[in-house]
Design a protein around this ligand. Structure first.
Ligand SMILES: [Zn+2]
Ligand SMILES: [Zn+2]
Length: 822
């Protein structure tokens, strides 16, 4: 009996080659088995995998391998989210073409994924920057354009005055241009939008229905906040001087008698009329600052317009202000400020010395004093100083006042959403060209379907200056109108890359279809996706856009499902020193180094072992080494005992019973971990405990037990450490086939049960022996066994048993005294 050293390098190299077999991980699609679609979020091909990828894909791969062994027809694909800014930035900085840069990164990262042993069906690989994929982005865009779901309007962009170019949000760093550090301005441009707001209600509703059980609560909450539905009322105030109506949205019309000013968003159309000259420059600065930083990061600021508005309920004149915390995209872009009953209004009005006037008192309390109150009272209560509405509860007041507003023609009950239409125009090169031709006579006209794809031209100059690089290519821009044949110009904006990832998982089901995005018949059996795995950073944008896309596809008649994903799992981050790994922090570990040093199995095991999958995990090289030592021990145990395992079964031994019991207990635990919550960290801890027991009883194992142990150990290790387990299966157990084609072992409930309980036996209070008995052994039987025990008899020899004290399951104490005749 001699063991072999664990040579991870040669073992893993061998299987990497064997697993290149393109049929190995292919889904059958023949309905001979139940289907399971397990999907990990596709990466952006930045060039190198990072540990976050390894964690994400190790979780998915572990699950996929388990499901194969459970007999499912598993769909487990991978692809590339290949358009986007970094490629274009690299082109500007390093004079490398984005396509060349991207394709070489894809090639590198694919080899890394293969080296890590992930079970992807590469025959389904998609790459979003290739025309055979983005053609369908264009096709979908045209479908939405036909239905009025894609439309064009003016919107703000980031503009660098020195580079004279539009900047993506990612190219704006602390309000400055990433290249030249100039302060970024906001400019208006005609841009394309997708009408996601048409689905706002349904997107919200489903978070309470079909997604409620399969998605993390945290993600659903983020989506609900993002959609941000508010029910309230719209009311028309009147600009005193001109009589112009100023419509406001409020969720608290019951507080309208407490409104002490009207506040307009800086971009509200009326502002340019009310504020002029030098004052208006301040408004412009407000707009620029908001564009650079976002509303959450800007200190509250306001500007008095010197104008007033009439409150239609109280007929009171109140001042009109401009405020940077009022957003044009929410409600109507105008609010009434009720500082006594709204925290933000309170803060703003105190800052500018505007009156605070309470009009709601708590049900069983007093009305606050506006001059002295320290914070807004935002709860519902009873209306006071509110004309004919005084005395009503907030709830009744809201209903009655909204109805009255409607009857008087000055407003109505209304619902508003935070979610805005999805701006998809990018003034960049590296994205899907928007398939539109601008004709002087016909306006924007869709490119005919038969002329798709509109191919992104390869030859283009990257100066980082001026308009989108496409606008400088006359041979791309100049064309004829598909409708009237007149000279016309192509759209030069490209699409937001979130479009690519909104529907890619459908394309995996039918990746080579060149007549449509996919055949609904091939897609339907896989949807909604059984399990999607990725980072929580995608909780809103990607995961809302793809839900929207699915609903549009349903309405076009392409799919039957309304939601793309049944179960979502969001794994935690990989950190070092408590912080996310990032190049700028210099706390990055390259997975390749770990794979070279310890092997892919160790690397995968570490990412699964270090923390529960949903939690953040801390990088720790000594824990990596711990996994390596564990696999080494396991390999040595197997190779040391393999001769015995291959030999005759022999008679069952006591060591067998103990080892097999632990084996089946571990199998039961891991099976339940897979079926319930993915406690892969405790599954691996269970395997390590099992190893301790096996080594303890190794010498006494029979051939039969050794054979069962090595086989089951190998099978249950496989989802976590595919290389070493396959090596043992093929080379040590000398079995044919791949482990994913074997059945997941079934645990034996009887074998897994604890055999019995060990009971200490005392004689006159001193421990003299121990016996092991089945659970629930009766008192009489315990007494009989204790008195029959050899060591007890030696101590009781020649003496008289006075009594036997028995604590069931715990203790037997035999009380003896000298014989009476002494
Ligand atoms: Zn610049
Ligand atoms: Zn035309």
């Amino acid at each position: 009996m001699s063991d072999k050293p664990y040579d991870h390098e040669s073992i893993e190299r061998k299987w990497v080659e064997a697993w290149r077999d393109p049929t190995l991980y292919r889904a059958r699609e023949d309905d001979s088995r139940p289907r399971y679609y397990v999907l990990e979020m596709l990466p952006y091909p930045s060039g190198r995998l990072h540990m976050g990828h390894v964690r994400n894909y190790s979780i998915g791969d572990t699950l996929a391998r388990y499901l194969w062994m459970r007999g499912y027809d598993v769909l487990h694909p991978m692809g590339w989210d290949a358009f986007g800014m970094p490629a274009e930035n690299a082109a500007i900085k390093n004079r490398m073409h984005p396509r060349d840069w991207t394709l070489s990164n894809v090639a590198n990262m694919k080899q890394q994924l293969i080296r890590l042993g992930y079970s992807y069906d590469w025959s389904r690989e998609i790459n979003s920057c290739l025309p055979d994929y983005y053609k369908w982005n264009q096709w979908f865009f045209l479908k939405m354009f036909e239905r009025g779901l894609a439309y064009r309007r003016n919107a703000k962009v980031n503009w660098c005055p020195d580079c004279a170019t539009v900047l993506a949000n990612e190219q704006v760093e602390e309000g400055r241009c990433w290249r030249c550090s100039s302060i970024v301005e906001q400019r208006e441009l005609e841009q394309w939008f997708l009408r996601i707001t048409a689905y706002a209600d349904e997107l919200l509703e489903e978070t309470y229905k079909s997604l409620e059980n399969g998605w993390p609560e945290r993600v659903l909450t983020m989506q609900r906040n993002w959609i941000g539905k508010s029910e309230g009322a719209e009311v028309d105030f009147t600009h005193t001087e001109s009589g112009t109506k100023i419509r406001i949205f409020t969720t608290r019309i019951d507080t309208i008698y407490g409104a002490t000013c009207l506040i307009l968003a800086a971009e509200h159309p009326l502002v340019a009329q009310l504020v002029t000259g030098a004052e208006y420059e301040k408004v412009q600065e407000m707009i620029d600052e908001l564009g650079r930083k976002g509303p959450g990061d800007v200190a509250k600021a306001g500007l008095f317009t010197r104008h007033t508005a009439l409150n239609p309920f109280s007929n009171e004149r109140i001042p009109i202000w401009v405020g940077n915390f009022v957003l044009m995209g929410y409600g109507t872009g105008a609010i009434m400020a009720v500082p006594a009953h709204d925290e933000r209004d309170f803060e703003f009005c105190r800052q500018y010395g505007i009156q605070v006037r309470p009009v709601i008192r708590p049900i069983d309390g007093q009305l606050d004093n506006g001059a002295t109150m320290k914070a807004a009272f935002t709860g519902d209560g009873v209306m006071e100083n509110s004309g004919p509405y005084s005395g009503l509860t907030s709830d009744d007041g809201r209903r009655k006042m909204a109805a009255d507003a409607e009857a008087r023609g000055i407003g109505n009950a209304s619902v508003t959403f935070c979610i805005k239409d999805w701006g998809i125009s990018r003034q960049r090169y590296w994205g899907t060209p928007i398939p539109i031709v601008h004709c002087r006579a016909c306006g924007p006209v869709g490119v005919p379907e038969s002329e798709l794809p509109v191919v992104l031209p390869y030859e283009v100059a990257f100066t980082g200056k001026g308009r989108s690089p496409l606008a400088n290519l006359p041979e791309f821009v100049n064309t004829t109108c598909p409708q009237c044949g007149a000279a016309a110009q192509r759209e030069t904006d490209t699409m937001d890359t979130f479009i690519d990832s909104s529907w890619y998982f459908y394309r995996y089901c039918d990746p080579n279809n060149d007549g449509s995005p996919f055949d609904p018949k091939r897609v339907q059996p896989w949807f909604p996706i059984h399990q999607y795995i990725g980072g929580v950073t995608h909780a809103i944008l990607h995961l809302i856009y793809s839900r929207f896309w699915t609903k549009v596809m349903r309405d076009i008649g392409l799919v039957a499902n309304s939601e793309p994903i049944t179960n979502l799992f969001t794994q935690g981050m990989v950190q070092m020193g408590g912080k996310a790994m990032s190049k700028s922090r210099g706390n990055v570990v390259d997975p390749d180094e770990i794979v070279t040093k310890y092997g892919a199995d160790t690397c995968r095991m570490f990412t699964l072992f270090a923390a529960p999958p949903e939690r953040d995990m801390e990088w720790n090289e000594s824990s990596v080494q711990g996994q390596y030592r564990f696999l080494t021990r396991l390999y040595r145990f197997v190779t040391r005992n393999i001769e015995k395992a291959r030999g005759p079964a022999g008679d069952s031994t006591g060591a067998d019973r103990k080892a097999l019991r632990k084996l089946h207990q571990t199998l039961r635990k891991i099976t339940l971990d897979f079926e319930n919550r993915w406690h892969f960290n405790t599954s691996i801890a269970g395997l390590m405990e099992l190893m301790n027991t096996l080594e303890d009883h190794e010498a006494g194992l029979s051939g039969g037990a050794a054979a069962e142990i090595v086989e089951k150990l190998c099978l249950m290790l496989h989802p976590f450490a595919p290389f070493i387990s396959q090596e043992i299966w093929t080379e040590e157990l000398v079995r044919s086939g791949q482990l994913i084609q074997q059945s997941w072992p079934v645990f034996d409930e009887d074998l897994a049960r604890e055999e019995g309980v060990e009971i200490p036996i005392q004689v006159n209070g001193k421990l003299r022996s121990k016996i092991t008995v089945p659970h629930g052994t009766a008192k009489e039987e315990l007494e009989r066994l204790a008195l029959a025990d050899e060591r007890v008899r030696a101590h009781a020899d020649g003496k008289q048993v006075a009594k036997v004290i028995i604590v069931p399951e715990k203790l037997v104490n035999v009380v003896v005294r000298p014989p009476a005749n002494r």
